[in-house]
Ligand binder design. Structure first.
Ligand SMILES: Cc1cc2nc3c(=O)[nH]c(=O)nc-3n(C[C@H](O)[C@H](O)[C@H](O)COP(=O)(O)OP(=O)(O)OC[C@H]3O[C@@H](n4cnc5c(N)ncnc54)[C@H](O)[C@@H]3O)c2cc1C
Length: 419
């Protein structure tokens, strides 16, 4: 153990978008912060997500309508949802909890919990990026959900009504509005919903690394080590890693989909955290196709214009943390795009990627402080970790130094004790 380690106030485990945003926020409070990650920063789910500031997504990861479509979806190996049947026994308790959370009261609690974060997300991100002088990393240009089949109009109308009930800003676009704003999209698109209070990041990996640079400038140390265990003691927390031990007064667990083990070791609490694996296909030759992120209602994937090309992303796969990726699902995204544009996408030089969304069965993250304040938790942001990172960081900073920030969402819905 070095002298520097001995005086660390907070050890953050996990250098994804959540851990890095929190580290910067806490360093700005004057705390001595060290970040430990087994990989270089930003190489987890935060590397390859769709970059969508998805403030419009206020509903849980599943709803009752999915149940009806589930058997057909699961039978299609290249469909938007895949279950590795070998993984079913392990996933069953999680699915059971997911189903129980579809009942009216928990469903409404989830929507309120997601809304409280999402409604504060755009402002939190704008302030954060402004503070590191990188506002251009986020394009606040809205995003569009399109539909192709006439029979989908009913579903779009119903969704629009439900979103308005939740105060989500939404405009209805007819086909001609789409053609005007995004002329490269196919003429057969029937219409869609435009979400003005959303946007996209031009490169999510770069966002992490710009925050890392800002954090380093505030004195945050980054150490590449895999934390294997931890213990709360009178001096704070002792962590064991592949590099030895690490002592800090407090620890923040921000390991994304990998957070359950250390949470159990440090708090004694088992969280029902699982992963919804997702894929992307990056098309470097497609720089100028879209002005904003576009999602297809029927094909269930998103296309986001980024600095280095067009990113096609989506699909949910339940296969746990250890099964190898099925990259055919990433390539499938290009096939899914066929017919959505006036001219087909150019896939030359395309790269594939798989990442682990950290998902809890009530679709809410854990943001909390436990063990007499020695253990902080920020994980489980499912499909919305990028969206909610900046506001999560403010909430964690507030937990560390109560009263330091005003007007934040209350942490009650996100407490560990709900499990
Ligand atoms: C295909 C796909 C598309 C997505 N699109 C969007 C989107 O458009 N908008 C949005 O808001 N969200 C999106 N998400 C979700 C978002 O990417 C995640 O919610 C978010 O990245 C989670 O961030 P994190 O920091 O919690 O986890 P991660 O980025 O996974 O970081 C966790 C870190 O912890 C480290 N770690 C784990 N265990 C240990 C250990 N024992 N010791 C040391 N280090 C450890 C890992 O190496 C990793 O770097 C998408 C996800 C996927 C997969």
């Amino acid at each position: 153990m070095t002298d520097a380690n001995r005086t660390t106030d907070i050890a953050v485990i996990g250098a994804g978008i959540i851990g890095v945003s929190c580290a910067l926020a806490m360093a700005r409070q004057g705390l001595r912060v060290a970040v430990l990650d087994r990989q270089p920063p930003g190489m987890g789910a935060s590397y390859g997500n769709a970059g969508h500031l998805a403030t419009e997504q206020v509903f849980p990861i599943a709803d009752l309508s999915i149940l009806k479509r589930l058997p057909a979806m699961l039978m299609d190996p290249m469909g938007p949802l895949r279950l590795d049947w070998k993984y079913l026994p392990q996933a069953l308790p999680w699915f059971t909890r997911l189903l129980l959370n579809l009942r009216t009261a928990p469903f409404q609690r989830t929507v309120a919990g997601i809304r409280a974060l999402n409604e504060n997300s755009l402002g939190a991100w704008q302030r954060l990026l402004q503070s590191i002088e990188r506002p251009h990393l986020l394009k606040h240009d809205g995003s569009l959900l399109v539909f192709e089949r006439a029979e989908s109009r009913q579903a779009i109308d119903a969704l629009q009504t439900r979103l308005r009930q939740q105060q989500v800003p939404v405009d209805v676009w007819q086909a001609d509005a789409i053609r005007q704003a995004a002329p490269q999209l196919s003429e057969h698109l029937q219409g869609g919903l435009f979400f003005p209070a959303t946007g996209h990041f031009i490169d999510p990996y770069r966002v992490v690394n710009e925050l890392v640079a800002a954090a380093k400038a505030c004195g945050v140390e980054f150490h590449q080590q895999a934390v294997t265990d931890g213990q709360v003691n009178s001096a704070g927390v002792t962590l064991s890693s592949d590099q030895g031990t690490f002592q800090a007064r407090q620890v923040l667990i921000a390991c994304g989909a990998h957070s359950a083990h250390l949470t159990a070791r440090l708090t004694g609490k088992r969280v029902p955290l699982d992963t919804e694996r997702g894929y992307h296909l990056m098309l470097p030759r497609e720089q100028q196709r879209l002005p904003f992120a576009v999602t297809s209602l029927e094909r269930k994937f998103i296309m986001t214009p980024m600095q280095d090309g067009l990113r096609l992303a989506g699909t949910v796969e339940f296969a746990g943390l250890h099964a190898p990726p099925s990259m055919g699902r990433a390539r499938q995204l290009q096939r899914l795009s066929r017919g959505l544009f006036t001219r087909e996408l150019d896939a030359e030089g395309a790269t594939e990627w798989m990442g682990f969304r950290p998902s809890l069965p009530d679709s809410l993250p854990v943001i909390d402080k436990v063990c007499d304040g020695k253990v902080l938790l920020a994980f489980g942001h499912q499909h919305l970790g990028l969206t909610q990172a900046a506001i999560t960081a403010q909430m964690v900073a507030q937990l560390v130094q109560p009263g330091s920030l005003q007007g934040l969402p209350a942490v009650t819905p996100y407490r560990l004790g709900r499990f």
